[in-house]
Ligand binder design. Sequence first.
Ligand SMILES: NC(=O)c1ccc[n+]([C@@H]2O[C@H](COP(=O)([O-])OP(=O)(O)OC[C@H]3O[C@@H](n4cnc5c(N)ncnc54)[C@H](O)[C@@H]3O)[C@@H](O)[C@H]2O)c1
Ligand SMILES: [Fe+2]
Length: 377
Amino acid sequence: MTSLSAPITIVRPEIIEFGVGVAAKLGKWAGAQGFSRALVVSDAFNASRVDILELPGRITVFSQVKPEPDTDNLDLLLSVANEARADLIVGFGGGSAMDLAKLASVLSGSAQTLRDVVGAGKVAQRRQVGLAQVPTTSGTGSEAGIRALVTDPQTQAKLAVESIHMLADIAVIDPSLTFTVPATTTAATGVDAMAHCVEAFTNRKAHPMIDLYAIEGVRLVGHYLARAVADGSDAEARAGLSLASLYGGFCLGPVNTAGGHALAYPLGTRWHVAHGAANALIFPHVLAFNTPAVAEKTSKVIEALNLKAAADQASVFDATFGFCAGLGIEMRLSALGVPADDLATMADDAYAIRRLLDNNPRELGRDDILAIYQAAY
Ligand SMILES: NC(=O)c1ccc[n+]([C@@H]2O[C@H](COP(=O)([O-])OP(=O)(O)OC[C@H]3O[C@@H](n4cnc5c(N)ncnc54)[C@H](O)[C@@H]3O)[C@@H](O)[C@H]2O)c1
Ligand SMILES: [Fe+2]
């Protein structure tokens, strides 16, 4: 683990604009690049404020992105995209909007379908349109990455597409766009950003080049999340979280998440628990489970969060559970509408997510997973 000699590939959007009030820089960039037909991929809330981006030319707004989008939602977007004949696609929203924008940028006008591109490196051709990402939550870091997730309604599984062709030309990160995120979503998405960092930091594939971002992302969340939950217009706290989210995105590309996200996914796909809320609920359980395998790094995480805990699993659990619960996050599965008799099926589903479980520093067996769900109930 954490070997300097391990090979690693880093990719980033060519331009990253960051700062309170930078949203309109997207329009300036688009104009300078000669783009004149933008398709903005957005949820209903963000679709109502597309003007902030000051995009030039004709603008088509797709306002129907759903949280945790499924393949039907993508198909609807693709039909709009095929009509719009855009030269620039803009993801404007949370991870859900940005992920659908990535997929539309490579699938619209292509002979390939979603099924053809699920997996890594399956997109055959460079995309024909520009791609810009503008996050409005601080959680997923999707603006910086090459992955997109969409739910298959038949199997309830998340389909993951990974392609260098889905890397944005520009990411415009304006923390003021997140001022309107409600406190509960702020808390949950903030813990999601931290979970990306922690799961990369304690990962079997952890790498010193990424550890730097990972531990700093955890520190930023420890420092600023409670402040942003208490006062959504605290610009410094919001900027700290936008940065933490971006750093989490840097972690996802070359290292990715592990057990925490694998156990969180069935909550979202089977019971429609929001991605951030699911990850926050699972986070202390998996961190504590992994502690014996990554003791030193776990204590660095605790320290970065400004928490006090002994090195044992119970102390790690209590400290991080208290951190999440203190932010007002619901930490009981039973309170999220998950029926007790589904826990075994959820454990089967989570155990099948090998692409993430194989990254976990400690082997998580199917019974370990069930025990965690039962403890979280
Ligand atoms: N591509 C990746 O690397 C990656 C990483 C993590 C998660 N994801 C995916 O991202 C999705 C979750 O994204 P998310 O957590 O950002 O949530 P989201 O995009 O689903 O948005 C959550 C809710 O917040 C609303 N919203 C967004 N911005 C707002 C704002 N500024 N003010 C008020 N409301 C606002 C949305 O309308 C929506 O109802 C999941 O599908 C998950 O699988 C992708
Ligand atoms: Fe996540």
